[in-house]
Design a protein around this ligand. Structure first.
Ligand code: PAF
Length: 283
């Protein structure tokens, strides 16, 4: 059984016990509504560290839409069962009051990352991510932590935290797990009907279309134009952005040249649900 921890003092006891026994700790931060993507992170952590701790916390400070926060799927009992079946050792499921017993005043500014892609469209989002991740790092003191590639910019933000605060934590980026349709697994998919999920698969198919065109040498501007046109023709899907950026810095690249490592990133609304996806390619 994956042991459920709800309060910080109990978590501290578990962490102290592991540290005294010289055990390495793998952390898998999540917001619950677990799917195969999350479980793949747990599996990786189990293979690399002695103790695996998953956290389930729908972090209010990172939501810039109240509706998105309220409607975020919550499936606690099913999540605990899945973690137990995966052999996860502990799951920390605190309340908002437990986490934010002292109202945070710290503002973390991630520089240019705040003004591009997700940062541009979700003001304040990364400050909230930074706050919760620093809290979880402080509470769990993990040897390593796992994050999914779907939230590629989040990974850059967390890399910045690790680098700038010189935190002794190994960061692991795990590949995106997809439905058969190609749709990237996301807890938010649970808010979509089967038909809407099918419509949402256009996000990945368009990313693939763009990838193939770039690999064939089609100019970036034309690739972007084609992608936007594909979305414009689709029913029930509203594109927010489609961008081709440097895979490392996530910044705009000029002309694409041989050897470039690129991230193709998209965000779109399907029936009010905002979904993101990306592909990394090498030219
Ligand atoms: O990716 C997520 O699910 C969340 O942003 C995270 C990393 C758990 C922080 O709340």
């Amino acid at each position: 059984m994956c042991q459920v921890i709800r309060v910080k003092p109990d978590l501290k006891k578990v962490i102290n016990k592991a540290r005294i026994a010289n055990k390495s700790i793998g952390l898998v931060p999540t917001m619950g509504a677990l799917h195969q993507g999350h479980l793949s992170l747990v599996k990786m952590s189990k293979s690399q560290y002695d103790v695996t701790i998953t956290t389930i916390f729908v972090n209010p400070t990172q939501f810039n839409s109240k509706e998105d926060l309220v409607k975020y799927p919550k499936t606690e009992a099913a999540d605990i069962k899945k973690l137990t079946d995966m052999g996860c050792d502990y799951v920390f499921i605190p309340t908002s009051k437990e986490v934010y017993d002292i109202k945070p005043t710290l503002k973390i500014d991630f520089g240019y990352l705040e003004h591009i892609l997700e940062g541009k469209h979700r003001p304040g989002h990364f400050n909230g991510v930074g706050l919760i991740i620093m809290k979880l790092f402080g509470l769990v003191q993990p040897t390593g932590a796992y994050f999914g590639q779907k939230d590629l910019q989040q990974f850059s933000v967390i890399t910045t935290l690790i680098r700038d605060f010189e935190l002794p934590i190994n960061l692991h980026l795990a590949p995106i797990i997809r439905e058969n349709s190609g749709l990237a697994m996301s807890s938010r998919n649970q808010r979509l009907t089967t038909t809407e999920q099918e419509s949402a698969s256009i996000i990945y198919s368009t990313l693939k279309q763009a990838k193939n065109q770039l690999l064939k040498g089609v100019a970036k501007e034309l690739v972007l134009k084609n992608a936007i046109e594909t979305f414009n023709m689709a029913e029930g899907v509203k594109l927010e952005y489609f961008e081709i950026v440097d895979a490392e810095t996530l910044q705009d690249i000029g002309t694409v040249s041989a050897g470039d490592r690129l991230a193709l990133c998209a965000a779109a609304f399907v029936a009010e649900v905002r979904l993101i996806d990306n592909i990394i390619i090498e030219i």
